[in-house]
Design a protein around this ligand. Structure first.
Ligand code: CTP
Ligand code: CA
Length: 232
């Protein structure tokens, strides 16, 4: 589909998308990171804007040009990303967590560069990061304050893709979970993506290998349908 040929079915909807991969500081020059390019999140932002949504894109370390029609909020770490997503989610109809959020961060990042010294290197102690997606869903479940009508996550799985995905959807409590099969040159940093979308209380939707924009459009089809059901 060309951008112009899309339905305007997200007109008037506020959408928050997280994209990219967080970096967790070890010291001022080093970090723990991951291989997420941000391409899928950016495709989601572009297509949502083309379908009429007001888009806030929380971008963690993405080296791509800003998508047309999106407000970009740059972040670095998981804690930064959490603050930006939770703030934007206050007034959002939809949150899609496409970012690869580091599960752990160095527990005590150094203020100055760690120097090489002879002998056994010091281990890096890790602390667990908050789970932003689970937190959003938990807030909505508690019913305290405004909450997005639709909350979606992404998961990259290597083995037992469907079973792992199902368990994750239930554990997080989100509405949609886009499950990618990764490994052997799939998904990370490539323009194409194949996936299955798990739907809470519904049948899974398979998305054949194709451009990330096509996957994004299928996600918005499902989001738009769910918005019509839950928050007309
Ligand atoms: N996520 C999040 N906060 C985290 C970790 C993950 O919001 N601290 C979100 C991701 O953005 C993604 C979804 O949760 O949308 C699934 O991420 P994933 O890493 O697959 O889930 P985890 O619960 O961290 O499980 P795993 O042990 O497989 O990494
Ligand atoms: Ca994880």
């Amino acid at each position: 589909r060309v951008l112009a040929g899309r339905p305007r079915d997200l007109a008037g909807r506020r959408v928050v998308i997280s994209a990219g991969g967080t970096r967790e500081a070890i010291d001022p020059v080093r970090f723990i990171g991951n291989r997420s390019s941000g391409r899928q999140g950016y495709a989601l932002a572009r297509t949502a804007a083309a379908r009429g949504a007001e888009v806030t894109l929380v971008a963690a370390n993405v080296g791509l040009p800003d998508p047309a029609g999106a407000t970009v909020v740059p972040v670095e770490s998981a804690l930064d990303l959490r603050a930006a997503v939770l703030a934007a989610a206050e007034s959002a109809d939809v949150v899609v967590m496409a970012a690869a959020v580091a599960d752990f961060r160095p527990a005590d990042p150094r203020d100055s560069k760690i120097k090489k010294v002879p002998g056994e290197p010091e281990p890096i102690r890790l602390a667990e990061n908050p789970d932003v997606l689970a937190e959003l869903c938990e807030r909505r479940r508690r019913g305290a304050g405004p909450a997005p009508g639709v909350i979606a996550g992404f998961a990259a799985e290597t083995d037992d893709v469907l079973a792992n995905g199902r368990a994750k959807l239930a554990r997080k409590g989100c509405d949609l979970l886009v499950v990618n099969q990764v490994g052997a040159g799939l998904a990370f940093g490539t323009p194409d993506n194949a996936a299955v979308v798990l739907v809470a209380g519904g049948d899974p939707v398979e998305i054949p290998r194709g451009p990330k924009e096509e996957l994004a459009d299928t996600v918005w089809d499902l989001v738009a349908a769910r918005l019509r059901e839950t928050a007309p």
